[in-house]
Design a protein around this ligand. Structure first.
Ligand SMILES: Cc1ncc(C[n+]2csc(CCOP(=O)(O)OP(=O)(O)O)c2C)c(N)n1
Ligand SMILES: [Mg+2]
Length: 350
């Protein structure tokens, strides 16, 4: 992986964590209303998948979608303002946390209904196939969404018509408080795709590099006409299901064991430079010392100062987004009418 992609993904993950933790604080202050589903712990999935996609690809996500929107390029200000229900939000303050949307960036929405993302995704993919375009639709869903009828209906149609869709399961092992083995007869989600003759694989969803690689390969196959695929990412959320859920149903030891695999910490470790010890250099033999030294400095992506700078930049971005959201006005009734009118005129999104 090239240095720039790796650093971009690290920045994405740091921003994602800082943004979501700040959203939690703003929620408790009363600045964000309704439900708020946060993403800490799962960052490697949205970041790895979306950074492996092309700007022309479409993204359809669930209600846990703030980070997907940020990685897709929706400005943090517009996402935070939407969470605050303000007019400068990406859905003009009328969607809120679960309904972020940006047609220009092909971010086709967060959806609050479990299992709603599949039919939306295959509808878009059908449009792409009819027009013989190269784009792919990335359809995110949770492990709890695989027992909805729409899952099998949509996978069947996608496979039958070889639609360009990458179905990405964010398997965080829980459907609110119900552990996967209590809600699914087949808990290995990727195995379900074989019922529709669809290629599927599973990846460590705490490892951003692995997610990125698996997605890139899958997208290449789909783009070259290989038909839809399913990618199961095994991940974990560190917080409760939503801000209304203290998450007490999960054993402490389970939460702790996943926190030790924190994807953000893993990503930082990946990018910190590794300098071989004198003994390792000596063991490499005299001819290799120069090569090894050069390799070590080439791979020295980041030192402690650069990392601190990156963290400060991210904190500043989040602070700026909150200030912006606070100052943005609330939407008016006229805004609501304008949005309705736009739908009546038959808005063309694709
Ligand atoms: C059709 C439908 N049924 C029930 C709900 C209530 N509900 C909201 S989130 C959720 C759990 C979904 O879990 P999962 O798909 O694993 O996603 P996660 O929250 O873990 O990201 C449920 C049952 C809903 N929103 N829609
Ligand atoms: Mg889940």
């Amino acid at each position: 992986m090239d240095r720039e992609t790796m650093l971009t993904m690290l920045r994405d993950m740091l921003l994602a964590r800082a943004f979501e933790e700040r959203a939690a604080q703003e929620y408790t202050k009363g600045n964000i209303a309704g439900f708020l589903h946060l993403y800490p712990g799962e960052e490697a999935v949205a970041v790895g998948v979306i950074r492996a996609s092309d700007p022309g690809d479409y993204v359809v996500s669930t209600y846990r979608e703030h980070v997907h929107a940020l990685v897709r390029g929706i400005p943090p200000r517009a996402v935070m303002a939407e969470l605050f229900g303000r007019r400068d939000g990406c859905s003009r303050g009328m969607g809120g946390s679960m309904h972020l949307f940006d047609a220009e960036r092909r971010f086709m929405g967060g959806y609050a209904i479990v299992g709603e993302t599949y039919p939306v995704a295959i509808g878009i993919a059908y449009g792409i196939a009819m027009r013989e375009l190269d784009d792919v639709v990335i359809c995110f869903f949770g492990d709890g969404a695989v027992n909805q009828g729409t899952f099998h209906e949509s996978l069947n149609m996608a496979a039958l018509w070889r639609l360009p869709v990458l179905f990405v399961c964010e398997n965080n092992r829980y459907q609110i408080g119900t552990e996967i083995h209590r809600h699914s007869a087949v808990a290995e989600v990727h195995k379900r795709a074989c019922a529709h003759g669809m290629a599927a694989s599973r990846v460590d969803g705490m490892d951003v590099l692995a997610v990125h690689r698996a997605t890139r390969e899958a997208l290449q196959r789909i783009r070259s006409g290989g038909g839809p695929e399913l990618l199961e990412c095994e991940t974990y959320r560190f917080r409760g299901h939503s801000m209304a859920d203290p998450g007490t149903y999960r054993p402490k030891v389970e939460v702790q064991s996943f926190k030790e695999k924190d994807p953000v910490k893993l990503a930082i470790r990946e990018t910190l430079p590794y300098y071989p010890s004198a003994a390792e250099m000596a063991a490499a033999g005299p001819d290799s010392i120069a090569a090894l030294t050069r390799h070590a400095s080439d791979a020295g992506h980041l030192d402690d100062t650069a990392l601190a700078d990156l963290q400060q930049a991210v904190a500043d971005t989040v602070e700026d987004a909150v200030r912006f959201a606070e100052q943005s006005p609330e939407p008016t009734l006229d805004d609501a009418w304008a949005a309705l009118d736009c739908n009546r005129r038959g808005e063309v999104l694709l």
